[in-house]
Design a protein. Structure first.
Length: 203
């Protein structure tokens, strides 16, 4: 069990990390534009913001309602907590692999080579996999299944159009279609999983 005040602290900390990521994305956007890059499908970005802001509001609202009937405490589930931490490790791996090309928006640089290192050797969209895991597991850590279900579904709806626009744009201006043609979008195949295990065993 965990007290409500600690839950609020955890949510605030995760929110702070997201704000820092937005700051990093803004810096990276300036760098990408300096290379001749530009944003595509920017009109959908507001929906991503709405989903994520709503997610944090949903966490706090459902937690307050749940804690009100249980002496201001919430459950703490270990399995989703481990998965959430694993998602953070994947996020760091993504950030290190993309470097200054990482962003929360969709940017393309005409003629640039697609990044094919780190988790991108095994998946086309490891960053989106990370977000999906986070939106599902963070609420489930504290038994907030309504928030987990609602915002996981909303996120999938937003990602459907985002990924389609991203892949089409990258296919037009880069070698994306050739480089990523054999790479799974979201779920690594059995050989990819084996290569990931071998990679981490070497470290």
């Amino acid at each position: 069990m965990i007290e409500m005040r600690f839950f609020v602290g955890i949510v605030a900390f995760v929110g702070l990390i997201r704000l820092l990521e937005l700051h990093l994305a803004k810096q990276n956007a300036a760098y990408i534009r300096s290379l001749g890059g530009y944003e595509i499908a920017g009109d959908h970005y507001k929906w991503i913001v709405i989903v994520h802001v709503g997610f944090f509001a949903g966490l706090l609202t459902e937690a307050a309602a749940k804690a009100a009937g249980s002496s201001a405490v919430l459950p703490f589930h270990v399995v989703p907590a481990i998965l959430f931490l694993a998602a953070q490790m994947l996020r760091v791996w993504v950030l290190r692999s993309l470097g200054r090309f990482w962003n929360t928006r969709i940017f393309v640089v005409p003629g640039a080579n697609v990044v094919k290192k780190g988790p991108y050797r095994f998946l086309r969209h490891p960053n989106y996999v990370t977000v999906c895991i986070e939106l599902l597991t963070l609420p489930l850590i504290f038994g907030l299944w309504r928030t987990a279900l609602l915002f996981s579904l909303l996120n999938l709806l937003v990602l459907r159009s985002r990924i389609q626009a991203e892949e089409q744009a990258l296919g037009r201006v880069s070698d994306y279609s050739l480089v990523m043609s054999e790479t799974p979008r979201f779920f690594p195949d059995q050989w990819a999983i084996w290569r990931i295990i071998k990679l981490f065993n070497k470290r």
